[in-house]
Write a protein that binds this ligand. Structure first.
Ligand SMILES: [Zn+2]
Ligand SMILES: [Zn+2]
Length: 263
């Protein structure tokens, strides 16, 4: 059985956890090492048990402590070669034997888990989402995507669980205090996914078996958890899905979710 926990998720920092019986991984280390340790402690996992850290892309809200954390606990880190080239300071801290490079179009194995990376349209050098599978069950992580490509939709098909970006509400983004350049970056095709776009994607995935979704990577200034939740639900209702069709929740930027069992 796969288990998943959003330790922290939001535009200010991201670190996610997934495991099956024999393998435990982190996806991104974009908050302090201390916070990651606290988050893992809340689900009774020791940092020494982590088998690998997967990196989605080089932005600091995803890599802030990857070097420190890897060095402290001797953990292998997986990123594509272009992403490695953009985080030289973190690379310096990581023991050479712990630097692993994946090809963004090829599956790779970590312990008992098969990882399928897929490209996301985002203003990073080569950002990725991940399908994680134990051979029976597939879960997906897709954040930092400006729009939903056909590849993303087909990769997410058949997932029982997804941590999906629901970054901003267009009207709140329009009136919030961000500079206008940042606003157009967020809403652009290589920025972030809006609440509506997340709802539409979830609607398209329900019939392929999607049962549980955590909305994540919410913007600090241009979204609210209740608004993301309600907008996604009303998008589902507009497609005639009843409330309760899926188990929907919103990840916190401040505290870990519970450990979700997906099987
Ligand atoms: Zn990013
Ligand atoms: Zn991000």
């Amino acid at each position: 059985m796969l288990k998943f926990c959003s330790l922290y998720s939001g535009s200010t920092g991201n670190s996610l956890f997934a495991q099956n019986n024999n393998t435990k991984i982190l996806i991104d280390a974009g908050v302090s090492a201390k916070k990651i340790i606290e988050g893992l402690d809340s689900i009774d996992v020791s940092p020494n048990e982590i088998d690998a850290i997967l990196i989605t892309h080089e932005h600091s809200d995803h890599v802030q402590s990857v070097g420190t954390f890897s060095k402290k606990f001797d953990i292998p880190v997986y990123a594509n070669s272009k992403t490695w080239s953009k985080i030289p300071k973190e690379v310096q801290k990581i023991d050479e034997k712990n630097i692993h490079t994946f090809n963004s179009s090829e599956d790779f194995i970590v312990g008992d888990l098969v990882i399928h990376p897929f490209r996301t349209p985002h203003d990073a050098i080569e950002s990725c989402g991940f399908n994680i599978s134990d051979g029976n069950t597939k879960i997906s992580i897709a954040t930092d995507l400006g729009h939903v490509t056909p590849e993303i939709k087909s990769c997410l098909m058949g997932s029982k669980f997804a941590l999906l970006e629901s970054n901003y509400e267009p009207e709140v983004l329009r009136i919030c205090s961000y500079p206008s350049l940042l606003k157009s970056r967020i809403a652009g095709p290589n920025g972030h996914l809006s609440n509506n776009m997340a709802g539409q994607l979830i609607s398209d995935l329900i019939e392929s078996g999607l049962a549980t979704v955590i909305l994540g990577h919410l913007s600090k200034e241009s979204n609210f958890p209740e608004m993301a939740y309600e907008t996604v639900l009303s998008e589902l209702e507009s497609r005639r899905f009843k409330r309760g069709t899926i188990d929907l929740s919103v990840a916190s930027r401040f505290e870990p979710s519970k450990l979700i069992e997906v099987g």
